[in-house]
Design a protein around this ligand. Sequence first.
Ligand SMILES: Cc1ncc(COP(=O)(O)O)c(C=O)c1O
Length: 377
Amino acid sequence: LFCSEALAVSVLQQLNPLAPHKLRALINRYINWALEAPGAGPLNAMRSVYSYPFPVVIELIRNLFLHYPYELFWGWIRPPGLDNAHVPIIERFMKFQEDALPGLSGFRFRYPTAGANEGIREAFTKLKRDGKTQIYILQGEYEGYEEVALAHGIRVIKVDPNQDPAELPAGWWFISNPSARDGNIIPNEFIRKICDAGHHVYYDLAYLGLTDFHAFDLTHPNIDGVFVSLSKSFGIFGIRAGFMFSRERVDGLTGNVWFRSDPALQVADAILHGIRDPQHLTRLYRPFQTAVVADLNRLHGLNLRPSDVVLLAYQKVSDVVGDRQAKVLSRFDRAGVGRLTLTRYFLEMESWKSLVRIAIFLGLISPRWRIILPRAA
Ligand SMILES: Cc1ncc(COP(=O)(O)O)c(C=O)c1O
């Protein structure tokens, strides 16, 4: 409904002055548009992963800001006090994802951060200060690691996932899991093998909460730090809410106990209170993802599969048949896997179009109105 507000206003504006031929043309246009399959038209998937502003989350934020607890501005003189205001919220997050994150409580240093990015940046600051000159990532990983590494003068080595980590000199890895490479979950054994070979891992959970249940094992002592973000998990990219968990102090984040964004933390808290089940969003949107992937395959001749992450779909480049598929997928290629973000289709499904479809389904509007309306003079 919220998405359709702007559209409804534009429709009303177009209807004035109300000429029958205009009305007819408009109704035709909207009915045709609503009857289109979600994946019709040019391929509207995106290469980058943009979070989806889940309406159920937006509603929680709307309520928070309608009744914003302004007394929190006095938080520095009232318990839990300036230094600790974030603590109950981080603990709420830990409780919320307790089953999915075995070992998280073993990370003694916990910081509120502006998304995962701030934690990643400060992990690099620490590595640089400790004299590290290079890190490892898997081929096709999240581009952000390389950007931040570049800014710190640290070299990035991209590793083939089939390479035996024991053959590489021990070093520091940045791994996103669920993986930014294809939106799928990397098995725990894969990361354990890297740690057992003497490497250290920074574990990025940016897509946590967007898959079916999985326990991401964080117990290995060589997992040095964990990044959590609410940007994608709850579709609140611009709010900049997240946490970093570390076994050692991260000096670059020490000041975050004061220099944090309390409104961002309040949003996080409202979401953790409002969405009580960590699998809720995945369950809600999995059927959307399946429907969109089926339509895209039919309309664009692809062999996409729904990723574990509900916002994404993927296809191995080695599974490509024919030039047409190869051309379409090349735009999305990340080291041999085409990864597509479906966010725009979600938006479309949840918009005015869906309402028209439901109205047609319920018999409130007939697609045949196109025929029975008077012809333009
Ligand atoms: C795997 C991964 N990690 C971290 C980030 C950083 O996002 P944020 O700082 O909003 O959490 C992104 C954003 O695209 C990402 O895909």
